[in-house]
Write a protein that binds this ligand. Structure first.
Ligand SMILES: NC(=O)C1=CN([C@@H]2O[C@H](COP(=O)(O)OP(=O)(O)OC[C@H]3O[C@@H](n4cnc5c(N)ncnc54)[C@H](O)[C@@H]3O)[C@@H](O)[C@H]2O)C=CC1
Ligand SMILES: O=C([O-])CC(=O)C(=O)O
Length: 268
């Protein structure tokens, strides 16, 4: 990869705006050549310099992008992923809940392989995915992912039908199930569970617990995995993004890391 890499951001919300700001602050040598939004006619004064607005997957090919970074929403993954990979661009996914659809995932992988490109899944709000993915080269017997967030992070989700978020006096576990169920029912908060699953033992065997904690200020991810490699226990506490309390700062940081690594001599 070269420093002339051109990036298209799909979605101009909390994560991708933070990614663009961090790249600019750090003086990273990457051009954001396009930003895909739903309403390109709306005036915006905060776009990266030189970026053009697009709205349709079919617009990607003419942008000259070499890497497309999705942080828009579950329904954008397949159409933008298809168009990006078919146009010879790598495609990085944030709304990984879309990847519980086995047919969609297989199609994107096949397109990537046919075109010599890559479907990239950054660690999102997580850390330690490298160790879990490495551990899965041997037999894994159990993987559990607990997501603990303040009540405000669960507002506007199915959690509101399962508990009274405003009345909580103590941490409440309001969902236990597979990563597939978590991603289907909580697509704005459980993308990470799909990342854990892809790295480990799949969406049907990965156990997920979702917790609302009235004392919590940060978004916590606790992963426990057992297998022939030994035992992995990780606890991350992420600062939420200022403009979306559901999403963690770490998600944007991991995208920045992915982008900067593409031109780095030393890749970490
Ligand atoms: N992988 C991970 O660990 C994490 C993934 N996420 C996911 O990343 C995605 C983005 O998160 P945020 O930036 O916090 O959300 P956000 O709601 O702040 O921003 C998303 C933006 O994308 C736009 N959008 C939606 N569909 C679109 C489409 N088809 N084309 C163009 N723009 C479209 C929305 O209008 C909005 O402006 C969400 O799906 C979220 O659930 C969030 C946190 C962690
Ligand atoms: O940002 C986080 O903590 C995780 C998140 O919202 C998700 O996986 O959708």
């Amino acid at each position: 990869m070269s420093e002339s890499e051109a990036i298209c951001l799909v979605g101009w919300g909390a994560i991708n705006q933070r990614v663009a700001a961090l790249l600019a602050e750090r003086g990273s040598p990457f051009d954001i050549v396009a930003v895909a939004v739903r309403d390109p006619a709306r005036e915006r004064d905060d776009l990266p310099l030189g970026a053009r607005l697009i709205s349709q997957p079919g617009d990607l090919a003419a942008t000259g992008a070499t890497l497309v970074v999705e942080a828009a929403g579950r329904s954008s993954v397949l159409p933008f992923g298809r168009a990006a990979l078919a146009a010879g661009m790598d495609f990085a996914v944030s709304s990984t809940s879309a990847l519980v659809d086995t047919a969609a995932l297989s199609e994107l992988i096949a397109l990537a392989e046919t075109g010599g490109r890559q479907l990239l899944v950054p660690p999102g709000a997580l850390g330690g995915v490298d160790a879990l993915a490495a551990a899965s080269r041997l037999n894994l017997t159990d993987v559990e992912h607990r997501i603990v967030k303040p009540p405000r992070a669960w507002r506007g989700t199915a959690a509101e039908t399962l508990c009274d978020l405003d009345a909580l006096q103590a941490p409440l576990s309001f969902f236990q199930g597979s990563a597939r169920e978590a991603a289907d029912r909580f697509p704005q908060n459980a993308n990470v569970a799909v990342i854990t699953s892809l790295a480990g033992i799949g969406v049907d065997r990965t156990r997920v617990t979702l917790i609302a904690d009235p004392e919590a200020r940060l978004n916590a991810h606790e992963i426990r995995a057992e297998g022939d490699f030994g035992l992995l226990e990780i606890r991350l506490q992420n600062r939420p993004l200022a403009t979306n309390p559901k999403s963690s700062e770490m998600t944007a940081l991991n995208i920045v890391r992915l982008i900067e690594n593409r031109a780095a001599g030393l890749v970490l």
